[in-house]
Design a protein around this ligand. Structure first.
Ligand code: FAD
Length: 281
């Protein structure tokens, strides 16, 4: 038995070629025996069919599949239909989120925050699903204050969340501080760190600015010094991410959730360096 619980996140492919590629990626990652593969969901339902198809395929291959479900821009009726679809497909776990509507697209709809979605799912389906929610060790970019964000997290747990997955981060102390603060508020669910392996620094920098994850100065400066030397970027990225994971596990993190960006190689390399997966047995 592997002690560290792993989970791996995909986004739903847009084309048949993308679906073929993801199938091969999933088969490679399956050697890590993750507890589940999760599949993201476009806010407002933009990926509804593709998320469902991807999840069905993962489940048909014998793995646990956890669809993400965001509530912003959706009606109760739409969400009820999706929950029914998942129930009928034998899905056991959902990652429940608010989501973000692209600016100028659609209206908020009947749900404003993720705690309302968690409440709705519990009211509609009882304990049928294991519910995961999002957590932000460096605070959600729209949060009024760190305290407000922590209380919002506590509200999702009080509404019935079983476990949390964090936004990715590279500051270990931010995660440890967040967990301490949550525990002080009586939150006792697992808070699994989200891990973003690094393939391209420029992409990571753009993405991090948008979602409020900080790339520490010492890392940023070093990545910048490599210019377009992708081999050095890859090697340094692997060192940094492996070290972060090791220190998280040493500090008692209950598992690791990989944002693999539909690529197998870096997640496999980090896990191999950590001694996780079948080769560890
Ligand atoms: P919430 O918990 O509702 O929080 C959103 C903001 O509102 C926070 O700033 C919070 O402090 C504030 N807030 C909460 N409750 C209240 C209240 N009652 N009053 C005032 N303020 C409040 N996005 C997608 O579109 N699809 C995905 O598949 C997806 N997957 C994700 C997976 C993970 C693990 C993570 C960490 C994020 C994911 N996201 C996804 C991004 C997420 O949807 C955005 O970060 C979104 O802005 C917030 O979603 P949430 O569920 O954390 O929202």
């Amino acid at each position: 038995m592997q002690a560290t619980e792993l989970s791996i996140e995909f986004f739903p492919p847009q084309t048949p070629e993308g679906a073929d590629k993801l199938r091969a990626v999933r088969e490679r990652l399956a050697v890590l025996q993750p507890a589940f593969f999760s599949v993201t969901y476009g806010a407002g339902g933009s990926t509804r069919e593709r998320t469902f198809a991807t999840v069905q395929e993962i489940a048909a291959a014998g793995h646990e599949a956890a669809p993400h479900l965001s509530c912003i821009g959706s009606s109760r009726e739409q969400l009820r239909a999706i929950l029914k679809e998942y129930e009928e497909a034998g899905i056991r776990r959902i990652v429940a989120l608010r989501g973000d509507l692209p600016s100028g697209v659609g209206t908020a709809g009947e749900f404003r925050y993720a705690n309302e979605l968690v409440e709705f799912i519990r009211a509609e389906t009882g304990r049928r699903f294991i519910l995961e929610v999002a957590a932000y060790p460096e605070w959600h970019p729209q949060a009024k204050s760190p305290r407000d964000d922590l209380i919002a997290f506590q509200r999702k747990v009080a509404a019935g969340a079983d476990s949390a997955i964090t936004q990715y981060f590279y500051n270990l102390d931010a995660y440890l501080h967040f967990v301490d603060e949550a525990r002080a508020l009586g939150v006792d669910i697992p808070i699994v760190p989200g891990i973003m392996p690094i393939s391209s620094f420029s992409k990571l920098a753009r993405f991090s600015d948008a979602c409020g994850a900080e790339i520490p100065r010492w890392m940023r400066r070093k990545f910048e010094s490599f210019g377009d030397d992708s081999a050095s970027i890859r090697e340094f990225g692997l060192d940094v991410v492996t070290d972060l994971c090791q220190r998280l596990l040493d500090a008692g993190a209950p598992g690791l959730h990989f944002y693999c960006m539909n690529q197998a190689e870096l997640t496999l390399a980090v896990c191999e360096r950590l001694g996780l997966g079948p080769q560890a047995e």
